[in-house]
Design a protein around this ligand. Structure first.
Ligand code: NDP
Ligand SMILES: O=C(O)[C@H](O)CS(=O)(=O)O
Length: 486
């Protein structure tokens, strides 16, 4: 049983149009702990009708919200930020219970999510327009930026707090409303976030959370003409489905999709720093992040040395229930996730790979899996083409810089990439040649509310965070004032 300082944060109803509600038909769905399989709570199984009401309430609430001054909107976001930090322990406990990550990582995620509310409370006050030279003596041209309208968000289970804050923060800062469908495996973090939104003074109806049938809720969010924009984080396959569904009403979309990050160690790298970066990038959240190193390319001259040092570091990772002190690897989210890792390992072995560490389900059972390293990885393996989304580090060997660039870019994904080198010429050549939205150079951790997070190719479109992140929630309007000469 969850022990919370503020039990009111464990919500079993959805926030719809400012009211905590059950599903219209009373149906519910269980939320289970991936470390133990135990049911934590049940939440409403809602559908199109409840979603439609939330959208209508959002449209109404936005009329007043967008007329408030930027400073007034900023004050509410700032208060929400402060409440997340004041309730960090409880929010982390809820997150670890439903998602599995170690408490230290969960606390870090709460701080990370809160930082987006803080950042966009500030950005709300910096939505500037333009005055442009008129195209005639009697003309004056002004560009203003206005909120895009009612927005929808669909978010994943791997960061059930931060991926929501990263969307609702800029949306409300810009003057928009938002209707959110969180992942069914981790809805409790979203509902706790909504409870604190109410306490922070987010007006009724401006932010609704609808849990339940992805297909029915998603169809309403993508098909309802009152929704101007959809922001999605999740798999590329689902992103394509949602993009297609948004086409009928030409909704604006922001897509943060799958990845296949190369992590490159050149022979001039600081190997200890590269090992630290590989651990941070590969094994954070048990490898369940879209920016995890998915392919590790090591130049031939340092391949064995890096492999040995990485194995020594990975051997120190502690697998266990995220609530236990010292645990650094929680369970994978579900059986499908475990099977995907097993499939990638079996395929790697079948194509000449050698498991030098781990390689099996952990003795703890449930979703637990041994942190794994495979040597002699090659382009014929599934790990070269597919996102593993688990604690598997396949080590590929390469000889030259040109060969590496071709290998690293040989994917339909383009989200994150990483490389370690201390040669300034190589750093510029490789950073410019990599076809990714983000490049970590001598670091394995790149995510920050202050930087533009996002990808290219089939990793998505749009940026979240930084001064660019609010643009996705604004429209430019051009005012042409004539008659100035009369
Ligand atoms: N880029 C990223 O950050 C992430 C990438 N992934 C990748 O996706 C793979 C599968 O993970 P998974 O959780 O299944 O990711 P999905 O993309 O299936 O789920 C992400 C979100 O989309 C919702 N969703 C799924 N299908 C639909 C639909 N037809 N209409 C509306 N909403 C929908 C889900 O709802 P519900 O939970 O109710 O199914 C969830 O809220 C992972 O193994 C990983 O490769 C996954 C998560 C995050
Ligand atoms: O979707 C994800 O996996 C997150 O965006 C990763 S991060 O922002 O926490 O790096």
């Amino acid at each position: 049983m969850l022990q919370l300082n503020n039990p009111a944060l464990l919500r079993r109803q959805c926030l719809i149009a400012g009211v905590w509600a059950d599903a219209d038909d009373g149906s519910t769905m269980d939320v289970t702990n991936p470390a133990t399989g135990e049911a934590i709570a049940a939440v409403p199984r809602m559908g199109a009708a409840e979603t439609r009401r939330a959208i209508g309430a959002a449209k109404t609430a936005m009329q007043d919200w967008q007329r408030r001054t930027a400073k007034e909107r900023a004050a509410v976001l700032r208060r929400w930020y402060e409440l997340l930090l004041a309730n960090q322990d409880d929010l982390a406990a809820i997150l670890t219970a439903e998602q599995g990550k170690p408490l230290a990582e969960a606390r870090g995620e709460i701080a990370y999510g809160a930082s987006y509310l803080e950042w966009f409370a500030e950005e709300a006050k910096r939505v500037y327009g333009d005055t442009l030279p008129g195209h005639g003596a009697d003309k004056r041209v002004i560009v203003i930026r206005q909120p895009v309208g009612v927005t929808a968000a669909i978010t994943p289970w791997n960061f059930p707090n931060a991926m929501i804050a990263r969307k609702v923060g800029p949306a409300l800062a810009a003057g928009c409303a938002m209707v959110l469908k969180p992942a069914s495996q981790t809805p409790l973090s979203a509902l706790a976030l909504a409870a604190l939104a109410v306490d922070a003074g987010v007006p009724p109806g401006l932010f609704s959370v609808v849990t339940g049938s992805a297909g029915d809720i998603g169809a309403e969010l993508t098909g309802n003409p009152l929704v101007a924009k959809l922001s999605f984080t999740g798999s590329t396959a689902t992103g394509k489905t949602l993009l297609a569904q948004c086409a009928a009403t030409v909704k604006k979309t922001s897509m943060e999709l799958g990845g296949n990050a190369p992590f490159v160690v050149f022979d001039d790298a600081d190997l200890d720093a590269a090992v630290d970066g590989a651990i941070a990038s590969k094994y954070r959240n048990a490898g369940q992040t879209c920016v995890c190193a998915n392919r590790l390319y090591v130049q031939a001259g340092v391949y064995d040395a890096f492999a040995d040092r990485l194995a020594a570091a990975v051997a120190k990772l502690k697998v266990g229930n995220g609530t236990e002190p010292g645990v650094t690897q929680g369970p994978l989210i579900d059986e499908n996730a475990v099977r995907k890792v097993e499939e990638h390992i079996a395929d790697a072995i079948a194509h000449g790979g050698e498991v030098v560490l781990g390689g099996r389900r952990h003795a703890l059972g449930h979703g637990f899996f041994e942190p794994t390293i495979v040597k002699h990885a090659n382009a014929r393996m599934k790990v070269a083409r597919e996102e593993t989304f688990g604690p598997l580090a396949p080590l590929f060997r390469f000889e030259t810089e040109d060969e590496l660039i071709a290998l690293a870019n040989d994917t339909e994904f383009g989200l994150a990439s990483y490389f370690y080198s201390r040669d300034i010429g190589r750093i510029w050549r490789v950073a410019e040649a990599l076809e990714y939205g983000m490049v970590g150079i001598n670091t394995g951790l790149i995510s920050s509310e202050m930087a533009p997070f996002g990808g290219i190719k089939q990793s998505g479109m749009g940026r979240e965070g930084s001064r660019y992140g609010i643009d996705d929630y604004l429209e430019l309007k051009y005012l042409c004032i004539g008659g100035i000469d009369r």
